[in-house]
Design a protein around this ligand. Structure first.
Ligand code: S3P
Length: 185
């Protein structure tokens, strides 16, 4: 679903979506294609805290992580010419959703549950999936969050059937349309 772009041309491309939706990998390649810089709110949190996300969750709890995540998003307000990848829970608060939409053109990357699970199962770093039944947890989180991703996003890109290069191409095309300019010199 494509909402009309705002009157003012967006300055950044912001990626939201569930863990494993490809925000970082597709985002990095899209940044290259657009001639943009790339940044990642999870990475900002890790650098600022000097700790891994799993450690923050374990020691201080999810609420502490969410506060750091909001600070990371707030630190981006003056950015221009960036692809911003966000953590899967960045859309949970209304405040974050507003900040992300003010930051630029927000695209939600989606994929089928099977594909998401296959991707996230490859590493055990995601604290929210350290449960007895990660597949059921993933299903529930997707169910609980899907409306929030839609509320945050101007545009949704389903990558279920797309190889990575095609996903990048579709994302870049959508961004160029939203920006209504050709970012190449
Ligand atoms: C989270 C997703 C993670 C990270 C943290 C919480 C979530 O980021 O921010 O573990 O709530 O979905 P990725 O989406 O990059 O895995």
């Amino acid at each position: 679903m494509q909402h009309p772009p705002s009157q003012e041309a967006p300055k950044n491309l912001v990626l939201v979506g569930f863990m494993g939706s490809g925000k970082s990998s597709v985002g990095r390649l899209a940044a290259k294609a657009l001639g943009f810089q790339f940044t990642d709110t999870d990475q900002i949190v890790v650098e600022r805290a000097g700790r891994q996300i799993s450690d923050i969750f374990e020691t201080d709890g999810e609420a502490a992580f969410r506060a750091l995540e909001t600070e990371a998003i707030e630190s981006l307000v003056h950015m221009d010419g960036y692809v911003v990848s966000t953590g899967g829970g960045a859309v949970l608060s209304e405040h974050n959703r507003q900040l992300l939409r003010a930051l630029g053109f927000v695209v939600c990357l989606t994929a089928s549950e099977d594909i998401l699970f296959e991707r996230v199962a490859r590493n055990s770093k995601r604290p929210l999936l350290q449960t007895e039944n990660p597949r059921a947890t993933l299903s529930k989180l997707i169910h609980d969050r899907s409306a929030l991703y839609q509320a945050a996003a101007h545009h949704t890109l389903d990558t279920t059937l797309l190889p990575q290069t095609a996903a990048v191409e579709a994302l870049v095309t959508a961004a160029r349309q939203a920006f209504a300019w050709n970012p190449l010199p």
